[in-house]
Design a protein around this ligand. Sequence first.
Ligand SMILES: O=C(OP(=O)(O)O)[C@H](O)COP(=O)(O)O
Length: 259
Amino acid sequence: MSNHKLFLLRHGEGAWNKENRFCSWVDQKLSDNGVLEAQECGRLLKEHGYEFDRVFTSILSRSVQTAWLVLEAMGQEWVPVTKSWRLNERHYGALIGLNRAEMAQKHGEEKVKLWRRSYDITPPPIDESHPYFTEIYNDRRYNTCDVPKEQLPRTESLKEVLDRLLPYWNEVIVPEIKNGKTVLISAHGNSCRALLKHLEGISETEIVGVTLPTGVPVLLEMDGGLRPVKPRQLLGDPAKIQAAIKKVEDQGKVNASNK
Ligand SMILES: O=C(OP(=O)(O)O)[C@H](O)COP(=O)(O)O
């Protein structure tokens, strides 16, 4: 049997990617540039001749909007799209809304890197006094989850993202892939990193060095047991992809440009 192809995609640039703020569960839309990134991603996938059977997104608008734009650019708008909070971005707790460069100024770049990229460090939880608490937890979308609202996270490490994502991956997405379906997961920087860690067996130390740029599809080819048969491929111009990764890494530096 031929290998399975799985595509992971971090949505196009959102308004807060541009402002260098931890966005997480705040529902920002794509920026104008993010719309272009998603459309360009769809054109690239179409040029390669890829066809999707199923698309999975989080319940945050930027991942849903990206999936729509990609499918539209590919002429595959009819493909079923399924949404789950389990693909949401990592819940950044009390860090939500804060500017990364200002945090680096205050706490040091190393600390910010640990908050952003380590496997098991959990930021302080969000509480009711946080400026975005009500906006997040009063949002109707969180009444639709498969756990009661009170049990939704108030902060998460990458490990905790993987813990809530894995049941959905195993019970909903894996059967589709094993049935021969080609799947696109349009999600977020850290929900995609968590899944990559699981699929590629990346160590807790090595995952710190994995950063995903916005709007760049990651192709994983896997055998029947869903073990990768070759290294992940980031599709597109390698120089542009490296520059985009550096831009995300630099967001945690004191003199990040926010551009
Ligand atoms: O909302 C976020 O990610 P997203 O833009 O992939 O949805 C996070 O704020 C990403 O932040 P990070 O790159 O510091 O982990």
